[in-house]
Design a protein around this ligand. Structure first.
Ligand code: 3PG
Ligand code: MN
Ligand code: MN
Length: 559
């Protein structure tokens, strides 16, 4: 259905009124797991969230937030913010980037597409550069996809290949970078045996090099540019294994934050700067942390940092990372076409919306929520507020982040009476959870809980409705476990800290004085997931969801 043919008018809900103020709160990285020492949400004092669960059990339940419930390839895939917010806002489950890339690689269609043909034009006389996150985390990229792409590209004519790797330690265990580099080196040596000149050219930790998002800190992208494009860094090594092992010897070194390095030959010359006539592919499928580097690689007109040199290259993304900006203009796999999101419907039906988070999650509650679409559907009806995040620090240093400020903005928006929907993302459980600092994560959960209280108090004052939920788990489990569920120790006898998301379900709680008596969770959608939330929220605005949406989680019984 093209958007011109869409009938935007939603049917009235037979029982629920229009015009209520609905607060939608997404606790980022807040899953449900058994209580224990490493469940920071359990250890934290969270009176607001506890009260929701204990005082109204028929208005509290768990929903699925990982794997196939959010369009990921398998149920072994942990949830993440992109797919989680897509599902929450779109109300349907779309095959996501990870899966679309798997299919395109398996069928070989990736090599027949326009994007691959475009980069192939450089194979005869130029180098193919592959830039991206090297792990099996499956959130932004997957090493097995990279391995297939390397093989396929060489079979389709790439003769000289350079890898620019970003170490992970966030979606996977810290320290696992060494193993991933060994796997990649193995693959590259097989290619060299076949006569392909293939090697790693540069690298760095994902949170310090290249993978910034939402324009939080262009310095991150510049550090990557200097190493990848200019071939410059104060850290020069003969091999990537040596680089990573050495850089990890620094006190407090961590895969997420390794400094940029370049690989040099015996004369000290960088082995793979990006130059005129080369092809470049950013092999991450996920958008948020690729948009900034895509701009640097693609835009002639660019003032975010001094690129020094802007090589004439053929650049393609694994996916197109921003459909509105058409960025990049060339890509190997088409992204999911998410259309008719709940936000767009509600705006067409007169629902005025306010959305807010701090920088690190602002795009989640706007861009991802709206089906990977930038900007407003209708600026007259919507207001999106971004609170600048602290930058240049790791969030365990300030685990409260901007929770209080976000809550105050939401409170003011609710009390203003100007909006029907006030939607926020509270990032604390996730962003601090990713640091692996257990004590700080407990503080983060307490800050998020305090913010929930401020928002619920405002809902109470205006006679509104609230929906409190989360996008995936993180803070509820901070250790790697064996199959039996016991914490795992490393060789040195230390706990293996889990910085990543989890496979856990997330809570959803509804309530508020505006909730009609008789509203409760249905019992006949036991497998409900994040995609069922959109229809639920539409009901609270007084509408029925479109028939192809995942069903609502609620029913209204006569009291
Ligand atoms: O990009 C990140 O920070 C992590 O890989 C995933 O976190 P998010 O999905 O919560 O953004
Ligand atoms: Mn998230
Ligand atoms: Mn996260």
């Amino acid at each position: 259905m093209g958007s011109s043919e869409v009938s935007w008018k939603l049917p009235d809900h037979p029982k629920l009124p229009k015009g209520k103020t609905v607060a939608v709160v997404v606790l980022d990285g807040w899953g449900e797991a058994v209580p224990n020492l490493y469940n920071c949400i359990h250890v934290a004092q969270t009176p607001a969230m506890d009260a929701l669960r204990l005082t109204a059990p028929e208005k509290w339940r768990l929903i699925r937030a990982h794997g196939t419930a959010v369009g990921l390839p398998t149920d072994d895939d942990m949830g993440n913010s992109e797919v989680g917010h897509n599902a929450l806002g779109a109300g349907r489950i779309y095959a996501q980037g990870a899966k679309l890339v798997d299919l395109a690689l398996a069928s070989g269609k990736i090599y027949e597409g326009e994007g691959f043909k475009y980069i192939k034009e450089c194979f005869e006389s130029g180098t193919l550069h592959l830039i991206g996150l090297l792990s099996d985390g499956g959130v932004h990229s997957r090493i097995d996809q990279l391995q297939l792409l390397l093989k396929g590209a060489s079979e389709h004519g790439a003769k000289r290949i350079r890898l620019h790797i970003l170490t992970d330690g966030r979606d996977v265990l810290d320290g696992s970078s060494v193993g991933f580099v060994e796997t990649l080196e193995n693959e590259l040596s097989k290619l060299r045996e076949k006569g392909v000149d293939a090697q790693i050219a540069s690298g760095g930790g994902r949170m310090y090099v290249t993978m910034d998002r939402y324009e939080n800190d262009w310095g991150v992208v510049k550090r990557g540019w200097d190493a990848q494009v200019l071939g410059e860094s104060q850290h020069k090594f003969k091999s990537a294994i040596e680089a990573i092992k050495k850089l990890r010897e620094e006190p407090n070194a961590n895969d997420q934050f390794l400094p940029p390095f370049v690989i040099v030959d015996e004369n000290g010359k960088a082995v793979g700067p990006i130059v005129d006539g080369d092809a470049v592919v950013t092999f991450n499928f996920r958008a948020d942390r690729m948009v900034m580097i895509a701009k640097a690689l693609e835009y002639g007109d660019f003032d975010k940092f001094d690129r020094v040199r802007f090589p004439k290259i053929h650049y393609a993304g694994m996916l197109q990372y921003d459909g509105e900006l058409k960025l990049p203009s060339h890509y190997l796999v088409s992204p999911p076409e998410i259309e008719r999101t709940s936000g767009e419907y509600l705006v067409h039906n007169g629902v005025r919306t306010f959305a807010c988070s701090e920088t690190v999650k602002f795009g989640h509650v706007t861009f991802f929520w709206n089906g990977n679409r930038s900007g407003y559907f209708n600026p007259e009806m919507e207001e999106y507020v971004e609170i600048p995040s602290d930058s240049g620090i790791s969030f365990n240093v300030k685990p409260k982040m901007k929770a209080e400020e976000i809550a105050e903005k939401a409170r003011d928006a609710i009390l203003s009476g100007k909006f029907h929907q006030v939607r926020v993302n509270l990032p604390n459980g996730d962003m601090v959870g990713h640091t692996g600092d257990i004590q700080a994560t407990v503080g983060a959960c307490e800050a998020a809980d305090a913010a929930v209280k401020v928002i619920l108090d405002a809902v109470e004052q205006v006679g509104g409705i609230f929906v409190v939920t989360a996008d995936h788990g993180n803070a509820e489990d901070m250790v790697k476990r064996n199959k039996k569920g016991d914490p795992l120790l490393d060789k040195g006898g230390n706990l293996q800290i889990l910085t990543s998301h989890t496979l856990q379900p997330v809570p959803i709680a509804i309530g508020g004085p505006g909730l009609a008596p008789g509203v409760r969770f249905r019992k006949d959608v036991p497998d409900g997931g994040l995609a069922n939330v959109a229809a639920t929220v539409m009901n609270f605005h007084g509408y029925e969801a479109p028939t192809d949406y995942e069903p609502t989680l609620i029913e209204v019984v006569d009291n």
